[in-house]
Ligand binder design. Structure first.
Ligand code: PPS
Length: 341
């Protein structure tokens, strides 16, 4: 059966999705039996997966269906992030780097002129395994570029078995928190709900009760996988990408087996990708200003994935005490693993 979430015509088309209410029903029943509590989310209620992370019910169920049914290929590249850590930016960089030969980054016909990065690199549990659908991704050309917010332990089992590549982006927890809090409150306002105060948001975040949280477990899972297997798991920091985006585009291109040639370097291809995907350029595109992306809970304006795009905006929102508390947790959790953010 064809889906209501169709791929934009400018992108390769997937096969028709199968509808499997029974599978979704079984996982919904199972996940509904897990503990749930108030947290930092649009609807306030987050379920705790048996592997210890939090999410809303439809997303958790989508992740479980993806685990059961997604067939990864060694050539796949999966962007993994905590929400609000630089996902949109990384999707843009990855898509434009991988497809730079068919779609020149500076060219007028680039897909970003008509669709956002979330349409070009789609999320398993937010976009593909949703609303009883089991998508047919087999016909998509290699390399398939996909994304997820689930922690390492809950990645679809075929991802680990296939040996495909994972690109992880981590962001300073204080900026991740502020970005999440702003995003959540934007939707709460639309839903007629009271905003969550920044103090309450910080409390939930520190307790791990935020989408895909706890933040620290999420980051550590992928950091340790990167240390154990650097050729399979690439680890980026948002702050370092901001400081030197070109170096990160080169690293990314090498990691996915498409390094920039000397000729491309001379022609400024790296800078063209950086410029195309920059916050300033992306926010000016019509696809950002007026486009929408279908997510599990409905259509979301592409502009909502862009707010300020700064490093250190937390200073404008968090009290020194809250900042110290988050820093102390981060230090206690990360220090032993040689990770600083
Ligand atoms: S989501 O919903 O999980 O996909 O959000 P995510 O993309 O991970 O995070 C959104 C934050 O990333 C900023 N952003 C960017 N920064 C730099 N460059 C580019 N191109 C870019 N695109 C999005 C976005 O503004 C959000 O951060 P804040 O701090 O809220 O501005």
């Amino acid at each position: 059966m064809s889906s209501s979430f169709s791929t934009p015509a400018i992108l390769p088309q997937e096969g028709d999705a199968e509808t499997n209410e029974e599978l979704y029903g079984q996982f919904t029943e199972l996940a509904s039996s897990w503990p749930c509590s108030r947290g930092l989310s649009r609807a306030n209620l987050l379920y705790r997966h048996e592997k210890g992370w939090y999410s809303t019910l439809p997303l958790m169920v989508g992740a479980m269906v993806a685990d059961a049914r997604f067939a990864a290929r060694p050539s796949d590249v999966v962007v993994a992030t905590m929400p609000k850590s630089g996902t949109t930016w990384m999707k843009a960089l990855l898509y434009s780097t991988v497809h730079r030969r068919e779609h020149a980054p500076g060219g007028p016909g680039h897909p970003f002129n008509s669709v956002g990065p979330h349409e070009c690199v789609r999320h398993l549990e937010y976009q593909l395994y949703t609303r009883n659908r089991v998508p047919d991704l087999a016909g998509l050309p290699d390399p398939r570029l996909l994304a997820t917010h689930v922690p390492l332990a809950s990645l679809p089992r075929s991802v680990a078995a296939s040996g495909c590549r994972i690109v992880y982006v981590c962001r300073n927890p204080k900026d991740t928190l502020v970005s999440t809090w702003s995003f959540v409150n934007k939707f709460r306002a639309e839903d007629g709900l009271e905003p969550i105060s920044v103090e309450a948001a910080a409390g939930y975040f520190c307790d791990g009760v935020s989408a895909s949280g706890p933040y620290w477990d999420h980051v550590l899972g992928y950091w340790r996988a990167h240390l154990a297997n650097p050729e399979r798991v690439l680890f980026f920091r948002y702050e370092e990408m901001s400081r030197d985006p070109a170096a990160h585009v080169r690293r990314l291109a090498e990691f996915v087996g498409r390094p920039f040639s000397a000729e491309e370097e001379e022609d400024g291809a790296v800078d063209a990708v950086v410029k195309l995907c920059s916050f300033e350029h992306m926010t000016g595109l019509e696809a950002t200003k007026s486009g929408k992306t279908e997510l599990v809970l409905g259509a979301v304006e592409n502009s909502s994935f862009f707010r300020r795009g700064l490093v250190g905006d937390w200073e404008n929102h968090l009290s020194p005490e809250t900042a110290r508390k988050i820093d102390a947790i981060t230090d206690a959790k990360f220090r032993a693993f040689g990770l600083s953010v």
